[in-house]
Design a protein around this ligand. Sequence first.
Ligand SMILES: [Zn+2]
Length: 404
Amino acid sequence: MGDLVLSNARLLDGRGGTLERATVHVSAGRVAEVLPGTAAKKGGPGLEVVDLSGGTLMPALVDAHVHLSSYPTLPPPLRGEEPRTPALRYFELANFARDLVSMGVLTVRDVGSEGDHALHLRQAVRHGLCPGPRILTCARIVSATSPGCRIFGTMYRPADGPYEVRKAAREQLAAGADFVKVMATGARSVVLETPETAQLTRGEVRAVVDEAHRLGHRVAAHAEGLEGSRVAIEEGVDTIEHGLSLHREPALLEKMAENDQTLVPTLSTFHDVSEDHPEKYPCALVEQAHRQREEAYNTLVAARTAGVRIAMGFDSYPLGQNARELIRMVDGGLAPMEGIVAATSGSAAALGLQGVGVVEPGAAADLLVLDGDPLSEPAILLDASRIRLVFQGGAAVGAAPPPR
Ligand SMILES: [Zn+2]
């Protein structure tokens, strides 16, 4: 791959900085140089110069909370139809991966998929068998034996007691997990569970954190109610998923800021249950989601006030429309720039990734070029016709290749 010069763009660097006119030099898949002004260089053999005038250049999006295999794409089979092979799932996964790339979502953290689907998709993408984002996965979610285990089946690895949860964490890392996810509380999507109480004990959460951190991996905690969130924060998990109750106790948010822990508010998932797809859930869960949605927005604002790092986690579908979460965070009170920082460098930091979600020398050249200004019009991130170019490791993907 030759070198690439992206010239004449307005640059958002992913950390909150803006350059009104910038030139970005890409070499060997990485950002080599960021210069103010317009490129003086001319194209030639081994050097491609692309004029991005009128466009905004920014880091590709990073989603800190997706479920790659949780969503169907086909309508349910009709009676008498040919039975569907389970292998169709792999084609659906490949489609999801392609959809993410085409909308500029080039890094995702999968926080729970059926069986080993996310691990399989990660390999397929790495071997170039289908276009797809950089995938980090937890393999299976470590959970206490709970009603959710009956509903989520192979997405969970039930484990009880500090020894067993430690073993469960080791199993996930042995299977190739990038990080460990635990259920600190029950789930809002399970009638038989209350999300309010802590589900794993403090000793169990401590064992997982100790095991993962000792081996150099991070821990994500599903945490809805306050008590489970408290245990997860105090025991040192790296990211709090949902965390909607935290506005009730600002001291915990202050502790998160001090400890460099990240909140992934997942506002969209509460919209899913309360208003987008209420027909799919029992009434009690829909009512609960209305209350939780309000709490999640309150926590977003409280977390921002406390200086907690915020990451973007869509936790919803269709995959590719992940920036809906960014827009909801802006609707909920973040400035558009704060939303973009959350969806780029904030999420990358939550994942423990260096050189991702930023446009600076040494960073991966995962870049988005938008027609227009996402600060005044964040919704252009959802409009395929406004996504002019997507570069993955410096190569144009998911959009028309740059003019030569
Ligand atoms: Zn989720």
